[in-house]
Write a protein that binds this ligand. Structure first.
Ligand SMILES: [Zn+2]
Length: 231
C-alpha cells in the first residue's frame, strides 16, 4: 500500500482526533520498535506522537501565560507553530538538526541567565551523556517564575544507565533506541530537583478516559510531564 493510500485510509472516519492539528481520523498510525515494550501512535497529518498530544492537552490553556520568550530545544515540527504563535520571541536550538534556528549544545547554552520564560525540552535528556549539566543549563537560562516543560520516556522507578554501553546495537537493546544513553526512571524528578527545579509531575491518568482513547494516548511510553519551575 502506498503512503498516500495508507494516509487516506487512516484519515477516513472521525473516531480519533489529534488535538495538536485538529485532524480527525479512523485511527492513528501505529509505529512499532524492536525491544521497546510500547508502540507509538502517530498522527497521520502532523506526525504528533503521544507526548505531543498529551502535553498540548495539559498546557493548551496555560501556555500563553508563559510563552513570552520561548526556547524550543530539539524543535518538533508539529508543536512549533503552536509555541511560536503564543510567543513574543521564539527561538529553537539543536546540536545538529536543520529544523532548528540555531545550532547549540544543550550542555552549553549560549544565553544569559534568566533569558526565557518558557523552555520546551521533550525527549532530549535521554540522549545526553551529561544530563545533569543539561538540566543545569535549562535551569540557568529559565526566568524565575518561568516554566520548563520536560518530557522523557519513563520505564519504572529507577534510571538504568551504564557508560560501558556505547555501540548503537547495544544501546538499542538496553535503552530501546540506538541514540539513547539511558533508560530514564521516575527518579528523574530527583535529578531535576538537584539542579534547583521545583517539579510538578502531571500524570496521564489525570486525563479523562474518553480523552485517552480519542486522542490516541492508549499505549504511551510517556505517561508523565515534568513541569519545572525556578523560584
Ligand atoms: Zn496532528
Amino acid at each position: 500500500m502506498s503512503n498516500r493510500v495508507r494516509f487516506l485510509n487512516l484519515s477516513l472516519g472521525s473516531a480519533k482526533k489529534c488535538p495538536v492539528c485538529g485532524w480527525t481520523c479512523r485511527e492513528f498510525r501505529k509505529v512499532e520498535y524492536p525491544y521497546k515494550p510500547a508502540i507509538s501512535l502517530v498522527c497521520p497529518s502532523c506526525r504528533s506522537y503521544e507526548r505531543h498530544r498529551f502535553a498540548y492537552l495539559v498546557l493548551k490553556n496555560k501556555i500563553a501565560d508563559y510563552a513570552r520568550e520561548t526556547l524550543h530545544i530539539a524543535p518538533e515540527r508539529c508543536i512549533k507553530p503552536w509555541l511560536q504563535s503564543n510567543s513574543r520571541i521564539y527561538l529553537s536550538v539543536d546540536l545538529l538538526s536543520k529544523s532548528a534556528m540555531v545550532h547549540m549544545d544543550i550542555t552549553d547554552l549560549g544565553f544569559a541567565d534568566n533569558s526565557f520564560s518558557l523552555v520546551w525540552c521533550s525527549h532530549v535528556l535521554e540522549h545526553i551523556e551529561n544530563d545533569r549539566q543539561a538540566m543545569s543549563e535549562v535551569y540557568r537560562v529559565l526566568k524565575p517564575n518561568g516554566l520548563a516543560v520536560i518530557q522523557v520516556p519513563i520505564y519504572g522507578q529507577k534510571t538504568y544507565e551504564d557508560s560501558a554501553i556505547q555501540s548503537p546495537e547495544e544501546r538499542l537493546k538496553h535503552f530501546y533506541q540506538d541514540d539513547h544513553v539511558r533508560r530514564c526512571g521516575l527518579d528523574i524528578v530527583q535529578r531535576l530537583q538537584n539542579v534547583g527545579f521545583k517539579v510538578n509531575v502531571i500524570e496521564l491518568s489525570k486525563l479523562r478516559d474518553n480523552h485517552i482513547s480519542k486522542y490516541g494516548l492508549d499505549e504511551p511510553s510517556t505517561r508523565e510531564i515534568f513541569l519545572c519551575s525556578k523560584h
